[in-house]
Design a binder for this molecule. Sequence first.
Ligand SMILES: NC(=O)c1ccc[n+]([C@@H]2O[C@H](COP(=O)([O-])OP(=O)(O)OC[C@H]3O[C@@H](n4cnc5c(N)ncnc54)[C@H](O)[C@@H]3O)[C@@H](O)[C@H]2O)c1
Ligand SMILES: O=C(O)C(=O)C[C@@H](O)[C@H](O)[C@H](O)COP(=O)(O)O
Ligand SMILES: [Zn+2]
Length: 365
Amino acid sequence: MQTLNVSLAERSYPIHIGCSLLANPELLLPYLKQKKAVVVTNSTVAPLYLDLLRSTLEKIGISAIPVVLPDGEQYKTWETLNLIFDALLGAHCERSTPLLALGGGVIGDMGGFAASCYQRGMPFIQVPTTLLSLVDSSVGGKTAINHPLGKNMIGAFYQPRLVLADISTLDTLPDRELKAGLAEVIKYGLIRDLEFFCWLEANIEKLLARDKEALAYAVHRSCTNKAEVVAADERETGERALLNLGHTFGHAIETGMGYGEWLHGEAVSAGTLIAAELSCRMGWLAAGDVLRIESLFLRAGLPVHGAPLGVERYLELMSHDKKVEDGRLRLVLLKRIGEAVLSDQAGDAMVRQSIEVRCTQTGSV
Ligand SMILES: NC(=O)c1ccc[n+]([C@@H]2O[C@H](COP(=O)([O-])OP(=O)(O)OC[C@H]3O[C@@H](n4cnc5c(N)ncnc54)[C@H](O)[C@@H]3O)[C@@H](O)[C@H]2O)c1
Ligand SMILES: O=C(O)C(=O)C[C@@H](O)[C@H](O)[C@H](O)COP(=O)(O)O
Ligand SMILES: [Zn+2]
């Protein structure tokens, strides 16, 4: 097992990365002071890992209160959030009762948001079980639900006390979900870690083949990058916005197509290629590097063309992006592979052209 630290003064916390961590009560013991703990999960993950986590908790004298939600991005809503609050109240949970989120990013984002609100904040632990949640969503404290007009529009920054990143859970993850997680892994290479991007070019097939050593390395390196960015800019007043590479376009695809149609990682993949296209038109990224990026996403089995929503619809959806400031769209673009910038300098025409070029061919998943 390896441990990283997210350094945030009194809100600092460890990320434990390794195999079979869900079976290890010692890792949870320091964070659980009560006789009960809530485990928020979903109907797919519960049959796979709830009993294991429950018996680990029992070994340290803690009884689990399971809250099993319906599975899917389309359930990342107020209604589902209320199911969590109903369960917390029904079980007489207190402000100090810990809440564990066992699942992918949807469960982590909703569980974290519920923990941030219930009695104005209860202790929260992330137990990610998808590649995407291991490398990205479990770290950094962004929690949210979706709105019909935009992704993650209602939420809070709320840091977990612990991230238990058990790589063994990836054994049961469907291939499509594994590939989607790779989009966020590649993102770190693109925005700030050229050496990691090169490593991914050399090792992407190992990751697809679920080589444990390669997966552990990719999770560790991704979390190192994310922890550094979050420690420097917890609330996204600057550098953290770079973690949004491809997301302004990607979120438009997810919302425009209907939540759950495109997986988040798939939409981020296509969105990253639109951002790369635009970065090239800005005179920053070399045309050869756009092809190099496209080639890696293709090898990862990810889409490199967006959904054909039409430029106007993209722009309308993108106007709700959280990086919009004083009505002005700000986009994460690439100066080169390994260096991203947040810019409001892309002209309307170039943005339109980049969407058109990347979203008129058959962008489908
Ligand atoms: N908070 C953040 O910083 C952040 C970062 C990135 C993404 N996100 C959010 O995360 C969500 C995407 O997360 P995701 O890709 O993990 O999707 P997800 O949570 O929907 O999980 C993907 C699917 O895999 C299933 N699953 C989970 N673990 C499994 C396992 N071990 N074995 C078999 N099946 C398993 C789930 O039930 C689901 O069907 C999006 O809502 C996105 O907005 C948040
Ligand atoms: O942690 C961050 O910061 C990120 O931007 C990570 C993204 O991968 C993630 O999808 C995030 O939820 C998007 O943030 P949002 O603020 O655009 O909703
Ligand atoms: Zn993301």
